[in-house]
Write a protein of this length. Structure first.
Length: 155
């Protein structure tokens, strides 16, 4: 039973982090911290790293603290919440940096329906180079209209 509870905490934390990431992206990154996020929306990048890459700390530090203090306290429930946040960070790196922005040149020719929809949603997000009038702030859960557009691309 304890294993089931711990796995459930990891899963709930993972999906809660997606909701948190959506809100942070829409209201913080495109709000009062736009000066950090704005370089991610520039068409030409001079550096491989962006100021925007600093946002990983918003999740990495709480994840690390939950895991560390949870392990110190006999694997308290927040250990598993920390692992859920860390798992989301890994998914973010894989989906956003590798699949969508192709910062590493692997998986560049995917015709997977979900990947095409993700790329389309993200492209529409980056269509807006200013902080206002943005759309599609999530990473894993996207508006169904992008699936319809991906279906057209795949045909």
């Amino acid at each position: 039973m304890e294993l089931f509870i711990n796995i459930s905490i990891v899963i709930v934390s993972f999906f809660a982090t997606e909701v948190s990431a959506w809100a942070n992206h829409k209201y913080i990154m495109h709000g009062f911290l736009w000066h950090i996020h704005s370089d991610h929306h520039k068409r030409d990048h001079n550096n491989w790293f962006e100021r925007n890459d600093l946002f990983f700390l918003i999740y990495a530090i709480p994840s690390w603290l939950c895991i560390m203090f949870g392990m110190i306290n006999n694997y308290a429930w927040y250990t598993w919440a920390g692992f859920g946040i860390a798992l989301y960070g890994l998914a973010y790196f894989f989906v956003h940096d590798i699949i969508i922005h192709q910062r590493f040149k692997i998986l560049t020719k995917s015709t997977n329906f979900y990947v095409l929809a993700l790329r389309r949603a993200h492209k529409m997000h980056h269509k807006h180079i200013g902080k206002n009038d943005g759309e599609s702030f999530g990473m894993l859960f996207i508006n169904p209209k992008y699936f319809a557009e991906a279906r057209k691309l795949k045909v």
